[in-house]
Write a protein that binds this ligand. Sequence first.
Ligand code: GCU
Length: 681
Amino acid sequence: IADDGYRLWQRYDFVQDQAKRQAYLANLTGLVIEGNSPTLTVARQELVTGLAGLLGKPLRLTSLNTAGVLILGTPQNTSVIKNLNLAVKLTALGPEGFLILSAQVQGKKATVITANSDVGVLYGTFHFLKLLQTNQDITQLNISSAPKIQRRILNHWDNLDRTVERGYAGFSIWDWHKLPDYIDQRYIDYARANASIGINGTVLTNVNANALILTPQYLVKVKALADAFRPYGLKVYLTARFSAPVEMGGLKTADPLDAQVKTWWKNKAAEIYSYVPDFGGFLVKANSEGQPGPQNYGRSHADGANMLADAVAEKGGIVMWRAFVYDNKVPDDRAKQAYTEFKPLDGQFRKNVLVQVKNGPIDFQPREPFHPLFGAMPQTPLMMEFQITQEYLGQATNLVYQAPLYKETLDADTHVKGAGSTVAKVVDGSLHQYELTGMAGVANIGNDRNWTGHLFGQANWYCFGRLAWDHTLSSEKIADEWLRMTFTNEATFLNPINKMMRQSRETLVNYMTPLGLHHIMGYSHHYGPGPWIKDKQRADWTSVYYHKASPEGIGFDRTVTGSNALAQYAPGVQQQFGKPATCPEEFLLWFHHVKWDYKVKSGRSLWDELCQRYYRGAAEVGQMRQTWQAAQAYVDAERFNHVKMLLLIQEKEARWWRDACVLYFQTFAQRPIPAGLEKPS
Ligand code: GCU
């Protein structure tokens, strides 16, 4: 049967295991739902559609007289739930958490999905459906779950002409031309998918967008999207171009301390709220890569962020001010600029500002150490920014499961309050008692039938949402859920494919940027190898700036003898990363310039190790192809062939990376490729 992947992980295919299906049917004799809010209505619809698919039988609304009913609601809108006295348990779960319980209700066995709010019930509903999709037992349920992070947000880098910056899955799904009157079913399916993994916000427009989105002509379209998303608990945010008061408002300045500018933004915010009463707020890229910002007027990032924060504060809006800044006129190591500019501003931001920090100090590389700002701003809530779209990770032709990358950053130890001060604890607010917390993911979604270009890109959307909800989940567990829902519950399929997914990121690092190498991709498009790139206007637009290969050795000295970017980390980290011998090998060339003959942990010379890694990476893609081939019996032909063809491309690209990098670096190393490795093809 042909299948294009449109249904994502929400396929709700018939449960093949008959015993399991019978058990589900016995525990799902009917549905009791008293509330009728838009959110509970979509929860009911989801259950009805989902269970009809899974069990082959519709779930009917019923009364409480039957055993085995499913009861959905909050204590406020459902009296039987109120009588269960769950107040203590529920209080601990906050506004979005949920409970799923097997309980005795009026003397009869029932399953209860409840929460403090309707959206919590919706999240519980999706979780319950997942239990069936992944063939779990549902007779003894006692599940409680609450998000560890408040704002779990997708960032769309979508332009109003529907091109997507760093988008590899077609054009933008926002059809501005047909909005506001035409509500594409895709918008609803998008909201359903997000709600199913707990994503509760979406920034519709590119961080580099122009100001047009803030005009009434577009705001009416934004309103249409917000209305479609609202039942799913998905809030809309917009990017705010800092110079909008000049470009649209006819003012002479966008100086954040200018009274007219402040008034202009206050009025603009009020206008937005008149269309979208629960508008989430603004995401801002300022004074970075040529974008306008407060520094144009001699003001600081805090001045700019606070002015916008004041404009949205009254209605509960927030400002997500990006720390991704760099600039031609700053000659210092690019890895240092964000810390240099932001650290001194700690404590100066309004309460409704989050500073949004990329996971690493450069730019979404296959591997980066955690960003030194994490842990360095105890008085300013820092929001994590991950990139889901694979700008530097082979884009949409490479299978790279990113949960291990996200986890590696979240689990990294900042040491700012002693050992165990992980980045996750900074971001979830527990280390510095932040009142606001958030995590953003730059979306990989486009209008391709399968949403993400590569079918396995769906797993990255999925794992971003799951980790934003609960960063303690393992990569393996998340992959297991996704695979079961997307493909099958067969163990002979799940085990090897799960393993392949978990290995895939390390494989990519090996064939692209092993041992701490970074930013040696093709110029500007960032696809394919380009370690030889030089002679651009700016040093940090070249690859040679980052790898610094010479006849002596290779790597970027970021210790005290070099750029000293290392000094931006806490002493505990400096001690570890400061010497080649103690620096984790995966960051060796990120922090150190080492000689070609330097002995690494394997006992090989650096040159030999580099070659080994490139060859291993490329060989592993060959193994991925075999693993996938062996899974053919479990996957429909269309999705199977889609992945198969992409893996073939990936293998070619991995070899291209290997050969390009090994041969290029060899011109400096002047050493042979170690015996036993095959010749570059
Ligand atoms: C990267 C990316 C840009 C993007 C920028 C950002 O540099 O290549 O396209 O605009 O990140 O995050 O702002």
